[in-house]
Write a protein that binds this ligand. Structure first.
Ligand code: HEC
Length: 123
């Protein structure tokens, strides 16, 4: 095989290799997007697409902040025995769970249940 073609193949191989966790343990943008989809679709099937609750309790930021990051990641990985809350450790890594916990505490769109939805916020 002529070298240029081989180099191109090599480059493609590296580009397509999924970089789930970068060297410093932080998650790739791609993985974060996957986890957000998981949160609002899969977790959302029980906790509500806007996390306002359903079969499972609502998960507003202010209440999530009352848990330690580790406790929240533990709940997500192990589930809550004796309840409908499943553990997710077969599907996500420790780093994934910690990212979800952080997202729930600091970045999820449902800030609090103490106030009505803001204009434009989806119900
Ligand atoms: C099959 C339904 C279901 C799915 C899917 C689900 N949960 Fe839950 N979750 C529950 C239920 C029910 C509880 C309440 C359990 C109890 O304490 O009785 C709960 C509790 C929790 C709690 C604790 C809340 C609190 O205030 O005590 C957190 C945090 C949580 N879930 C996060 C998640 C995340 C993140 C996902 C997705 C990765 C998820 N859940 C997926 C049903 C579900």
């Amino acid at each position: 095989m002529p070298m240029p073609a081989f180099n191109l193949l090599l480059m493609l191989a590296f580009c397509w290799f999924p970089v789930a966790v970068l060297a410093d343990g932080t998650l790739s943008t791609e993985r974060k997007e996957e986890l957000e989809t998981l949160l609002y679709q899969d977790c959302g099937s029980c906790h509500g697409m806007t996390l306002r609750g359903g079969l499972g309790p609502s998960l507003p930021r202010d209440r999530m902040a009352t848990f330690s990051r580790e406790a929240l990641a533990h709940i997500i990985l192990q589930g809550i025995p004796g309840s409908a809350m499943p553990g997710w450790k077969a599907l996500i890594s420790d780093a994934d769970a910690r990212w979800l916990a952080e997202h729930l505490q600091t970045d999820n769109p449902l800030e609090t249940l103490a106030a009505p939805p803001r204009p434009g916020e989806q119900e």
